[in-house]
Design a protein around this ligand. Structure first.
Ligand SMILES: Nc1ncnc2c1ncn2[C@@H]1O[C@H](COP(=O)(O)OP(=O)(O)OP(=O)(O)O)[C@@H](O)[C@H]1O
Length: 255
């Protein structure tokens, strides 16, 4: 079971952003996508999700061409956590999470008791049940991020794709989200997330893809790929390596 891209070219109608991408996200693994600002990470995620048509190559979901699946089939398989924005409509947090169930019932079907139970369980899983009745427009950026993760999980997808899931989270919530990500993989989901923090990828991802100017400069096991040399090449700055007494390493930019 995997979400896979071969020889993928992607971008916007008038603009090619990336090419020659080969990627396999297996069930039960965590893959981190790293690279400089504007390198094409979000655009790649949107293409993998079927939100943008590929400009070349193939995209397969569990052995079937992604394009052959209905919107509902894709939505049941692929959960998406976009970068959190304020939103315009003052839906309650509970309603936003419940929207994750749409792919299970159909757009016009009223949510079932089970749908409500799943939404409630995901709020509790993310530790935000107390926000359930608050308007989504009146919570903090970090709280919104947790709500969007709960919404994606309420979908009960086989794969979860998260765009900078910890960008606006405090230190504690970053830890909470990263341990949820590991837990999802243990439960058999394939998880792909973007991050600007190589240390986070090193600690929590099984594999990484390093993406610069729309091209994968390296893909492989996190520990093998995340070297100061590769990170210097990726970001174009010197990298300092800090080594703990237990042998674990952390990277600092601009060393
Ligand atoms: N709707 C759009 N139409 C055309 N070009 C776009 C559009 N959205 C983004 N781009 C461009 O595509 C390129 C890749 O952007 P993308 O958001 O995929 O990068 P990213 O790696 O996710 O960046 P960041 O780390 O800053 O979030 C950038 O040059 C960006 O300006």
């Amino acid at each position: 079971m995997s979400l896979s891209a071969a020889d993928l070219a992607y971008g916007y109608r008038e603009r090619r952003i990336g090419r020659d991408i080969g990627l396999d996200l297996e069930a039960g693994e965590v893959l981190a996508l790293l690279g400089p600002n504007g390198g094409g990470k979000t655009t790649l995620l949107k293409t993998l999700l079927g939100l943008l048509p590929p400009q070349g190559g193939t995209l397969m979901l569990d052995g079937l061409p992604l394009a052959a699946l209905s919107v509902n089939q894709r939505a049941r398989a692929l959960g998406y956590v976009p970068q959190a924005h304020a939103g315009t409509f003052a839906f309650t947090v509970f309603s936003v999470v419940l929207m994750g169930r749409t792919a299970h019932g159909g757009v016009f079907a009223a949510p079932s008791g089970h749908d409500r139970e799943v939404a409630q369980a995901m709020l509790e899983r993310l530790g935000i049940a107390k926000l359930a009745q608050r308007p989504y427009t009146q919570i903090s950026g970090g709280e919104r991020q947790l709500v969007l993760i709960a919404r994606a999980l309420a979908q009960e997808p086989a794969y979860v794709i998260l765009d900078e899931p910890t960008a606006s989270l405090d230190f504690g919530n970053q830890g909470k989200v990263m341990s949820q990500i590991r837990q999802l993989a243990r439960e058999g989901l394939g998880v792909l997330f973007t991050t600007h923090d190589p240390n986070q990828a090193l600690a929590h991802a099984d594999r990484v893809m390093l993406l610069r100017e729309g091209q994968a400069i390296a893909t492989g096991k996190a520990a093998a790929m995340l070297t100061p040399e590769r990170l210097a090449e990726l970001y174009g700055v010197a990298i300092e390596t800090v080594r703990g007494a237990d042998g674990r390493v952390a990277f600092l930019p601009g060393g």
